[in-house]
Design a binder for this molecule. Structure first.
Ligand code: FES
Length: 115
């Protein structure tokens, strides 16, 4: 089973930011696999259009599904927003994905991104 390690994870029983690892089913949506185990990332639509569930993939980019067209559009809008708010260096070179649309096929390390 793939492992998703979440930096600064907060769960119901542990509200202190830390790093936690969760085993998810191969091919499972990242958000669903984490939520099932009490690690509920920020979210809204759960359909790839609001961007609330954004995460940065710190390791294991090769172990996730490629983004769909709707996810790509949402991520492009998020990057434009970050660039406008914080400058282009803020997310330059980072891999941003939507956890509600990203399927996990192998080990990854992620961190939830703030808006
Ligand atoms: S919850 Fe809206 S894009 Fe994931």
């Amino acid at each position: 089973m793939p492992t998703v390690s979440v930096k600064n994870a907060q769960t119901a029983e542990n509200t202190t930011p830390t790093e936690r690892s969760f085993e998810v089913n191969e091919g499972e949506l990242m958000f669903d696999g984490l939520d099932r185990q009490g690690c509920t990332l920020p979210h809204g639509c759960l359909a790839g259009s609001c961007g609330s569930c954004r995460v940065e993939i710190l390791e294991g980019v090769e172990n996730i599904s490629p983004p769909s067209a709707i996810e790509r559009n949402t991520i492009e809008a998020l990057i434009a927003e970050y660039n406008q708010k914080y400058g282009e260096d803020h997310v330059k070179g980072k891999t941003i994905r939507l956890s509600c649309r990203t399927k996990v096929n192998g080990n990854v390390v992620i961190e939830a991104l703030k808006s």
